[in-house]
Design a protein around this ligand. Structure first.
Ligand SMILES: [Zn+2]
Length: 460
């Protein structure tokens, strides 16, 4: 009902605008999705969804917008996400096949040049990954040269595209930033990867001009906040700065046990001092927090970290997510009770997670019908473990699978019906049990946690 009212309302607005203003601001974004994996397409500007539309019977969708905040957008067709650069007056069509999402995507119509160019760069970066990785073994001067020539080739391609088509200054700036920051990711990563690849004990000395590009980093450009190369550059750059800051100021006496906490606090302080653009700042703070919390440091360290986080990142737009994760991790420490979570057994009865077994140590592991490769591997691993570690009982919990599908998989693969449970609200279950890693497992006895962050491959 709410939806109908909203569309009706928007419909009225469109008519009004068309009468009063010139209609060239209108943006039309439509397309066809071959082999759809969902029934809708959602359009985002940053993290805000600005509209969503259903596919019609021919798997086509249409967005008609009065105007847009010009710049980088994303469209989402579960589970994939891709860029679309929109300017007022654009009339853009896409075609894509979900079995080969990015590679099959083609833009046509007004606005196609910049979008096809961005896509081409996205694919080129993916293709270059192996090449760039092989370059890390080079000495810094030759490495710098190679990265620079990859960069210059792309800039040339951009300049050539500029002469052939009409591309706005905004679009040009975005495309150029994507190329430049992508190259500089490799420069920031170089000292670390070089040490690993060369087997050297220490960080290689770098020529004085190695980081010259740092003079032109823009830390506060909101047009770039959601551009992947820019965001990823910031992550590598902050990691590099944090490492050096620590090395130069904190000495080597640092205890290994608190290294993670200490290093991540450096990162928090760097974000605080360098970045003022609010969304970028919040996103980078969030990245450090999630990354750190999932490393399963001690409870004491977690408390220390979250206090530092809250002091520097007040009113972070991701606070709810981060606090939920933090609270979840605190609740999942050894000797605490398993979370209050209801699961369904094969007979269809609801059972509390904590009541699943008494008197024997249980290993909970997770699987989903949506990931068949993972399902096969984990079942094979569990069979091995049952023989190797008979002191444990192994219990599977199925997430992201509908109930009928789950039952039929239990039948088809001949799984032990007494050892398989199904989570109705899989989001709630994944959050409560902190299943970020598909190979995680939880060891418990009589409803009390022994290790909530075990790994089915490495912990046994
Ligand atoms: Zn330090």
């Amino acid at each position: 009902m709410v939806k109908i009212i909203r569309y009706f309302f928007i419909g009225l607005l469109v008519v009004n605008c068309a009468e009063k203003q010139n209609s060239t601001k209108h943006v039309f974004f439509a397309g066809e999705i071959v082999n759809p994996t969902s029934d809708q397409v959602v359009l985002y500007k940053g993290e805000k969804s600005i509209d969503s539309v259903k596919l019609d019977e021919n798997n086509r969708f249409v967005f008609t917008l009065d105007s847009v905040a010009e710049g980088l957008h994303h469209f989402y067709h579960h589970p994939e996400l891709q860029y679309v650069f929109l300017e007022n007056g654009d009339s853009l069509q896409i075609r894509l096949n979900t079995s080969d999402f990015d590679e099959s995507l083609v833009f046509s119509g007004k606005g196609e040049e910049i979008n096809n160019f961005l896509l081409e760069m996205f694919l080129a970066n993916e293709e270059e990954e192996d090449l760039v990785y092989s370059l890390y073994k080079l000495e810094p001067e030759s490495f710098h040269q190679k990265i620079d020539s990859l960069l210059q080739n792309k800039i040339q391609l951009l300049e050539q595209t500029m002469t052939e088509f009409e591309i706005s200054p905004k679009a040009y700036e975005l495309a150029k930033a994507g190329i430049v920051y992508n190259a500089n990711i490799s420069m920031e990563a170089y000292p670390f990867y070089h040490r690993r690849r060369s087997g050297e004990d220490n960080m290689h000395d770098l020529p004085e001009d190695f980081y010259d590009y740092r003079a032109s980093i823009n830390y506060n450009n909101d047009a770039l906040t959601y551009l992947r190369p820019y965001y990823n550059f910031m992550k590598y750059h902050l990691g590099n700065l944090a490492y050096n800051q620590c090395k130069n100021n904190c000495g080597s006496s640092l205890e290994v046990v608190s290294r993670q906490l200490h290093f991540n606090k450096h990162k928090l302080k760097l974000i605080d001092s360098l970045i003022t653009q609010e969304e970028l700042r919040d996103n980078l703070f969030r990245n450090v927090a999630i990354d750190y919390l999932l490393k399963h440091d001690t409870e004491e360290h977690n408390i220390d970290f979250i206090a530092a986080f809250q002091e520097l990142s007040k009113n972070n737009r991701h606070n709810k997510e981060i606090n939920t994760l933090y609270q979840g991790i605190i609740n999942m420490q050894p000797s605490k009770s398993l979370p209050q979570l209801t699961l369904t057994n094969y007979a269809g009865n609801e059972i509390m997670l904590s009541g699943i077994d008494k008197g024997k140590e249980v290993v909970f592991y997770f699987w989903s019908a949506a990931e068949p490769g993972h399902f096969r591997n984990i079942m094979k691993r569990v069979e091995e473990l049952k023989l190797k570690r008979p002191e444990y009982r192994f219990v599977g919990i199925s997430l992201r699978t509908d109930q009928a599908r789950w039952k039929s998989m239990v039948e088809t693969y001949n799984l032990d019906k007494n050892e398989q449970y199904w989570a109705n609200d899989f989001d709630k279950a994944a959050r409560a049990l902190i299943v970020y890693n598909p190979n995680k497992s939880i060891i418990a006895k009589d409803g009390i946690i022994i290790d909530a962050f075990a790994n089915i491959y490495r912990s046994f």
